[in-house]
Write a protein that binds this ligand. Structure first.
Ligand SMILES: [Zn+2]
Length: 141
């Protein structure tokens, strides 16, 4: 399972560009962009896009914590509640991340926030029996 890097090298009061985050944490810029898709806040008002150190530290801490949570087959993980939740109406969007991994995204039935679950693309038919899944394209022009 993917291990999130330690955020000790990140300074809370600093802002980082995506390549700087990748360099400091020793991961790829693609990984950092994936985090943005998973809820890491990126300031996109000006270029280069910036990530606030404090946001990054919190995101990495949340991800490490969320890894420990066991999800029932009908649950996604709510980033706001920081808890497993059923998505509203058992509806989820499937967003393909890689050739083998997809992300299910739904709305939390409790807080209305975004809830997520990374699944193996092979497991999609199983989840399609539980959730009403709409497939979306990740890459746009
Ligand atoms: Zn929630």
């Amino acid at each position: 399972m993917y291990k999130y890097p330690k955020s000790k090298k990140i300074k809370a009061a600093r802002s980082y560009t995506i390549p700087e985050v990748a360099e400091v944490l020793g991961c790829s810029t693609r990984t950092v962009r994936n985090w943005a898709g998973m809820g890491l806040r990126v300031l996109t008002g000006n270029r280069p896009y910036l990530i606030v150190g404090d946001d990054l530290k919190k995101f990495l801490a949340d991800q490490s914590a969320s890894k420990k949570v066991k999800l029932a087959p009908n649950e996604l993980y709510c980033l706001s509640c920081k808890a497993p939740r059923q998505p509203l109406g058992l509806m989820a969007d499937e967003i393909r991340q890689t050739a083998t991994i997809s992300r299910l995204v739904g709305l939390c039935e409790v807080c209305g926030g975004t809830c997520n679950r990374m699944i193996s693309a092979r497991a999609l038919p199983e989840f399609a029996r539980i959730f009403d899944i709409a497939s979306k394209q990740t890459l746009t022009a």
